[in-house]
Design a protein. Structure first.
Lengths: 144, 144
DNA sequence: TCATTTAGTTAGTCAAACTAACTTTCTGCT
DNA sequence: AGCAGAAAGTTAGTTTGACTAACTAAATGA
């Protein structure tokens, strides 16, 4: 593949990802939670209880930002925060059942949008996207 | 493809797109412009001069938000704004040479990141991503 | 023991998003 | 022609989410 083809693929991939996420974002309003909140809940739901700084790192924001956001989530009963028994400087943050339910609802709506669109494709096309998803995660340095 | 496979593909595609864009965002700081500004400049650079409301629609924000942002871009000499001769209620906004240069620089940096990652893949894998990009644009209802 | 580092919180600031209110211009109907 | 309603854009006010700076408490290692 020539250099210009690489650039073209990069450009279209970038553009495709942006548009796909914009489309999926339309479903977020239903949960009544912002994207940052949903995202943090998702990290907790899938990764289990975290320290505040761990959560901030996962979300690529500062501890100050995450401290505020977690405070809000706690006030809304979506996470529970308590002193870390192994290191009393820190806290452990866990998602509550309510928080998990809301997060799953939000995610379900988002994925339903994508899934409905996927259903309009052929099996071969879907297989392409399946492989591409794994490649994209690899490109970004994340585990699939 | 079964329903659960569809959901899994949707989940991984969603996740892959998020991570890919997060990775690409690392390059944005170099241009000294925010993502919203770069995005608006991009729309103007590729789509030609626009009305303010057209630009707001393309970026999926309100006219108020875009009015402020365009005001800033104009102050920075990156766009030129003038009354629309055909409808004096409105304005035409065009990217300046300076704005275009900055936008292209920013985009170049972003795509370079993706391209470098693409270079680590096999030809077959790249072909998969190329096809996937077109499919993603189709899924999102955008022209490739 | 103590200097340094780490974990988290709070205050202040800024950008970007929204809504509301407003002015100007356009459109279409009477 | 006149006018009501709609469209285009601007400004003010508010909220959220991001950052930095400053701080306290706890942990670490010399």
């Amino acid at each position: 593949m020539a250099r210009s083809d690489l650039s073209e693929t990069a450009r279209r991939l970038h553009s495709g990802a942006i548009r796909l996420l914009r489309m999926a974002r339309a479903a977020d309003d239903e949960s009544g939670l912002s994207a940052p909140k949903l995202s943090a809940l998702s990290v907790l739901a899938f990764g289990g209880p975290q320290s505040l700084s761990g959560l901030a790192r996962a979300e690529q924001v500062t501890a100050a930002t995450m401290s505020k956001l977690v405070g809000d989530l706690e006030a809304e009963g979506l996470v529970a925060k308590r002193t870390d028994r192994n290191d009393r400087r820190g806290v452990r943050i866990a998602v509550t059942a309510r928080g998990r339910a809301l997060m799953e609802k939000g995610q379900k709506a988002r994925l339903a949008l994508i899934r409905a669109r996927l259903a309009t494709l052929s099996d071969a096309e879907r297989a392409v996207l399946d492989q591409a998803a794994a490649l994209m995660l690899r490109l970004a340095g994340s585990p699939p």
